[in-house]
Design a protein around this ligand. Structure first.
Ligand code: KG4
Ligand code: ZN
Length: 327
């Protein structure tokens, strides 16, 4: 089954062509990061306008890189949420128009399902699995009994972990997105500052990162007021150590409660080198699968992968029924 997938939920305009949920024939990702950098974060209205400008070009490039025409496509899949509403609408409209014009069935895919199946592109997913999703908008632990049979075990009460990275970076005067830069600095610094490990000892699998973010911001401001130097590398190392301590402890608690065959990790923050290293060092008794770096942050290949499994289980959704396909 050949899926053409579209992802436009935030600031990446992406179209991919994926065979049987695994073989990525093309994955064009046009990032708007340089445009939003000037504002210190994603500006929703600017993001939607740029998606409109790029989307047709990205469709054409994905087809030509895969050496395909619309006739070769069996299913069109598009991120239907969660995400920025204006940005999502551009992808949904483009995918609907393409599917309708070429009489191909269309399917909506949840963005976080895409982040989970990103790990399945290069590895075999095994069930039951525990899924740790860490992105700019979400921090979740999920129990996956089977394909598309999920239970959310815990999630963040406030900020997502990626959001905390971005805000800490901004306070340090570093550009958006903060995650990759903090990750790099953390490896050059020492975790000398004592920061909280929020909700680490609570008897549930939820997360909280806004207090940690505030603790870092207060630390920087207090030092500045006293005229003391703060080395951004040491702040980054301390913040990252706290984040990873929390993520790993909560994941271990979940693994104790819910024995599984595999730990699947996904989302933009799963690109974090410190997190990747410590996961493999500290979690030994279960197989861990993490996407390749290129499939950690937003991309359409992960939507194409998820769509394949969703189609096997549910078919195309009736409200997306186009071109004579029936469930
Ligand atoms: O999954 P994603 O591309 O978009 C959302 O669905 O939100 O995740 C983006 C988030 C941003 O907050 C970014 O700072 C973070 O992922 N990120 C990282 C790293 N690379 C991206 N955070 C920590 N370390 C990284 N290496
Ligand atoms: Zn994402």
């Amino acid at each position: 089954m050949i899926v053409l997938a579209v992802e436009s939920s935030c600031d990446e305009t992406s179209v991919a062509i994926v065979r049987n949920g695994k073989e990525v024939l093309s994955n064009v990702v046009l990032s708007q990061i340089d445009i939003h950098k000037a504002f210190g974060g994603v500006v929703p209205e600017i993001a939607s306008r740029n998606h409109i400008e790029y989307i047709t070009r990205v469709f054409d490039e994905a087809l030509s890189k895969a050496n395909m025409t619309p006739k070769d496509i069996d299913l069109v899949a598009v991120t239907e949420g969660p995400g920025l509403i204006g940005s999502l609408l551009v992808g949904i409209n483009a995918a609907s128009a393409f599917a309708f014009a070429n009489q191909i069935p269309l399917m909506g895919v949840n963005h976080m399902l895409g982040h989970m199946y990103a790990a399945g592109i290069d590895s075999e997913i095994k069930f039951p699995a525990l899924v740790l999703l860490v992105s700019g908008g979400h921090t979740e632990l999920i129990y996956a009994k089977d394909h598309l049979d999920f239970n959310v075990l815990g999630q963040t009460y406030d900020d997502a972990v990626g959001e905390a990275y971005d805000k800490v970076a901004r306070t340090l005067g570093l550009p958006y997105p903060g995650g990759p830069i903090i990750d790099k600095l953390a490896h050059e610094g020492k975790p000398i500052y004592d920061l909280p490990r929020p909700v680490i000892n609570q008897d549930n699998l939820d997360f909280s990162f806004s207090g940690l973010k505030s603790a870092v911001i207060n630390l920087i401001h207090n030092k500045k007021q006293r005229g003391e130097e703060v080395d951004p590398k040491d702040v980054a190392a301390s913040f990252q150590e706290s984040v990873i301590d929390v993520l790993i402890t909560k994941t271990q608690q979940a693994l104790e409660k819910y024995p599984v065959k595999q730990l699947i990790v996904g989302g933009g923050v799963s690109a974090n080198k410190g997190l990747r290293r410590r996961l493999f060092e500290e979690i030994k008794d279960v197989e861990i699968i993490i996407p390749k770096m290129m499939y950690c942050t937003d991309n359409a290949a992960m939507i194409g992968a998820a769509a394949y499994y969703q189609f096997q289980k549910k078919g195309a959704l009736p409200n997306y029924l186009l071109g004579g396909y029936s469930t």
